[in-house]
Ligand binder design. Structure first.
Ligand code: PLP
Length: 357
């Protein structure tokens, strides 16, 4: 069997969830959209369900998959519904729903429901993607309350630059939010992972941690709180072939690496078809039999090559960690000009193996 696989440490997932709660002193919706950032939404939600205050997903398809797997906890649709007729399913399956646009308010008013909804009313406080304009916020809140279709409204917004520790924009967004919600007594949810880790002064009754649950930092620089996270995924494989090359020989497509000295090359069963980033350059860290070495040459679809020259005991069958507890996904992502969010989401083909269940 091909040795490429991703190990998912569910104890680490629970550790990170507890950290999100502890750091914020708030209730936390575990964000498991995009198949839990590639970690497997059903298994991750099952591992957290006994303690989680709820979950958050991008769309009703993702929510229904969790319900079908028996998850009973609250599930929030982060973009609400895309079409008004989803409200029937939202009602049926007790889903919580973000409202970010005027047309969604009208759809709620017209919906035929068996019971009132829990809605999260989103303000555009400056990210300018989705959310209601500040001038419309209070009116939207009152309209929803008056509709008779709503049992609870949580006030929410989303930060564009919370991963930049020195950036004033987060405080500006917070001020705009506070101004727009003036006088409304309702629970508040503002913080994603970088805001949980880096903005303790931002008030929140509910936080929405995503990437931090999976143990990866959203920051480009080292950050004290992020250092407490435990990586959840280990992407691993094995050396399946070894080459001894003299100096001056090319390796792989495009001869992107040419040996500067006599070089032992290890070929690893892992490629961009598994989600390993194709743009990871020569020098990207990789662990072979527990020792740090480097990627060399271009990543191909099913294989990549590593430098074994200084690891004389490594060879055929050696264990390779592409990212995990020692080589961080965020380091590999950074080397490849990406972010840990994307390299996790790109994962495919490799079987996910769970432990700590
Ligand atoms: C994805 C998402 C989150 C989680 O973001 P992280 O940076 O992964 O913590 C939180 N809130 C909203 C609205 C989201 O779309």
């Amino acid at each position: 069997m091909r040795p490429a696989r991703a190990l998912i440490d569910l104890d680490a997932l629970r550790h990170n969830y507890r950290l999100a709660r502890e750091m914020s002193g708030a209730r936390a919706l575990a964000v498991v959209k995009a198949d839990a950032y590639g970690h497997g939404a059903v298994r991750c939600a099952q591992a957290l369900e006994a303690e989680a205050d709820g979950f958050a997903v991008a769309c009703i398809e993702e929510a229904l998959a969790l319900r079908e797997a028996g998850i009973r906890a609250p599930i929030l649709l982060l973009e609400g519904f895309f079409e008004a007729d989803e409200l029937t399913l939202i009602d049926q399956h007790d889903l919580w729903c973000v409202i970010h646009a005027q047309w969604q308010i009208e759809a709620v008013e017209q919906a035929r429901l068996s019971k009132p909804l829990t809605l999260w009313l989103k303000l555009d406080s400056g990210m300018h993607r989705v959310g209601l304009h500040p001038a419309d916020y209070q009116g939207a809140y009152r309209r929803l309350l008056a509709s008779g279709k709503v049992s609870k409204i949580v006030l929410m917004s989303h930060f564009a630059r919370a991963d930049e520790p020195e950036c004033e924009r987060t405080a500006e967004q917070l001020a705009l939010f506070q101004q727009a919600r003036e006088g409304l007594s309702a629970e508040v949810s503002l913080r994603n992972s970088p805001a949980v880790l880096g903005w303790p002064q931002v008030p929140s009754d509910w936080v929405r941690p995503g990437i931090m649950l999976y143990g990866a930092t959203p920051f480009e620089q080292a950050q004290e709180q992020a250092a407490r996270l435990q990586p959840v995924m280990t992407l691993e494989s094995k050396v399946i072939s070894v080459r001894e090359l003299p100096a001056g020989e090319p390796v792989g497509y495009g001869a992107r690496f040419v040996s500067e000295r006599p070089t032992r090359v290890g070929v690893v069963a892992m490629g961009y078809a598994d989600g390993y980033p194709r743009h990871a350059p020569t020098g990207t860290p990789v662990l072979v039999d527990g020792q740090l070495t480097r990627l060399i040459g271009r990543v191909s679809m099913d294989m990549l090559t590593v430098d074994l020259t200084d690891l004389p005991h490594a060879g055929l069958g050696s264990h390779v960690e592409l990212w995990g507890k020692r080589v961080l996904a965020s380091e590999v992502a950074m080397a490849a000009g990406s972010i840990p969010y994307q390299i996790f989401c790109n994962l495919r083909r490799v079987p996910l193996l769970y432990f700590g269940g």
